[in-house]
Design a protein around this ligand. Structure first.
Ligand SMILES: Cc1cc2nc3c(=O)[nH]c(=O)nc-3n(C[C@H](O)[C@H](O)[C@H](O)COP(=O)(O)OP(=O)(O)OC[C@H]3O[C@@H](n4cnc5c(N)ncnc54)[C@H](O)[C@@H]3O)c2cc1C
Length: 387
């Protein structure tokens, strides 16, 4: 991956900011209230080629690195698009990673240009209701019969499934082996065939404009051409994508937190109570200043992790730190903005409550803060594995 100069990064920042700022806070409030998919926003980004940010140019993408993609998503969040706007683009940029790294040449040539152009929407189907973070316990099964795979099972929290055309799906192809519990799972990239997959939307706390769903899969028939890489190695392929996703979550959440902080600072300067702007009270000013410091530090860690990743250097500890710090600092900034806005934070008019609800998500998904701490305790500190 090439390293981008500071001036190129600045150009990306400016371009994305210009594009994202065409979609106002009121646009995102309306999307949140009506729960409608942000198609206009997606089309605008697709026209600029951004949906294929990390897809190589030979497959129709921009061929950018993680640093540039992280900067793009940071700017989208900073514009006030929140987790709704960020997810709409994030779910195009990242789930295609296993196809790129492990898919057949034919799969890449067929689907990557469509994904890059924003014409093909995909969903990412790993989580299951009874497995939690222990992915080795998934029970969705793919059984081989008559030269085809027959897949049956249940998935939960699958983003984008209302509109997605295709599904990246993890299924067990051999029984769980206590010695090697993460072997024996296979990744498929298949049509989201609604005759065989019942998609039911989950009502949720935030990010209403980007749907989350339960999938009930009943004898979905899939050919070998839809298998990614080798049968039985699907989980390993997913592992490759964990670090980059954690790093960009850090970038996204610092952008979202900065947006909330900016709104809070404006309000603290304007709102006069007891004959002075409320920002003159240190009880208001200090938490906001503290949030600026934490957001700044978290973003630096994420940028450092992204640079390591782009140079093909080990970055597991840094990626996990970026996700942890970004999610904490982002949510904390939103919570402090709520306090600054006082009673008006509770009104939908001022947008803070949307950011606050949406930022809470990133402490529990795509990986929880506890699982990040588990990683650091075991892999960085050398403490005994606790799970
Ligand atoms: C809005 C949303 C969108 C999502 N989108 C997708 C998607 O598109 N595709 C997809 O596949 N998945 C998706 N997910 C799922 C997500 O990535 C997680 O895999 C899933 O939320 C696991 O959650 P759980 O409650 O089942 O975890 P559980 O494992 O039940 O964990 C519950 C709590 O216990 C804690 N815990 C569990 N085990 C340990 C341990 N050993 N040590 C310490 N703490 C522990 C966890 O940290 C967590 O706080 C999404 C989730 C949400 C909420």
């Amino acid at each position: 991956m090439t390293l981008t100069s500071e001036s190129d990064l600045e150009l990306i920042r400016k371009t994305v900011r210009g594009l994202a700022n065409r979609f106002t806070l009121d646009y995102w409030r309306e999307k949140d209230q009506t729960g409608t998919y942000p198609w206009e926003f997606i089309r605008a980004f697709a026209e600029g080629g951004w949906m294929g940010a990390m897809i190589p140019e030979e497959y129709g993408g921009l061929g950018l690195g993680l640093t540039e993609s992280g900067v793009m998503l940071h700017e989208i969040a900073l514009s006030g698009a929140g987790t709704g706007g960020v997810s709409a683009i994030h779910f195009s940029v990242f789930p295609s990673g296993p196809i790129l790294r492990h898919g057949s040449e034919e799969m890449k040539r067929t689907y990557l240009p469509e994904l890059a152009a924003g014409r093909l929407l995909m969903a990412f189907g790993v989580s299951e209701p009874d497995a939690g973070f222990d992915t080795s316990r998934i029970s969705t099964r793919a059984v081989r019969e008559g030269g085809k795979w027959h897949i049956t099972g249940r998935k939960v929290w699958i983003t984008n499934a209302q509109n997605a055309h295709r599904l990246l799906l993890l299924a067990r192809t051999s029984p769980r082996n206590e010695e090697r519990p993460l072997d024996g799972m296979t990744l498929f990239f298949t049509d989201l065939n609604r005759d065989r997959i019942d998609v039911r939307e989950i009502e949720k706390l935030g990010r209403a404009c980007v749907d989350s769903n339960e999938l009930f899969i009943d004898d979905l028939v899939v050919g070998d051409e839809d298998v990614i890489g080798e049968v039985g190695k699907g989980f390993r392929y997913l592992l490759d994508g964990l670090n980059p996703e954690r790093i960009v979550v850090g970038m996204e959440q610092t952008g979202l937190g900065r947006c909330a902080l900016g709104l809070a600072v404006d309000y603290a300067n304007q709102r006069v109570v007891f004959d002075r702007p409320i920002g003159k009270n240190q009880a208001i000013a200090h938490p906001l200043a503290d949030s600026w410091i934490r957001l700044h530090a978290a973003e630096r860690v994420a940028m450092h992790a992204a640079a390591l990743f782009d140079q093909n250097l080990p970055c597991g500890p840094e990626a996990n730190a970026a996700k942890f710090l970004g999610s904490e600092a982002g949510f904390e900034a939103c919570d402090r903005a709520m306090q600054t806005f006082g009673s008006f934070s509770y009104s939908k008019e001022f947008h803070i409550e949307r950011l606050w609800r949406e930022s809470r998500l990133l402490k529990i998904a795509p990986v929880s803060q506890e699982m990040v701490l588990n990683f650091v305790a075991t892999n960085v500190l050398g403490l005994p594995k606790s799970y």
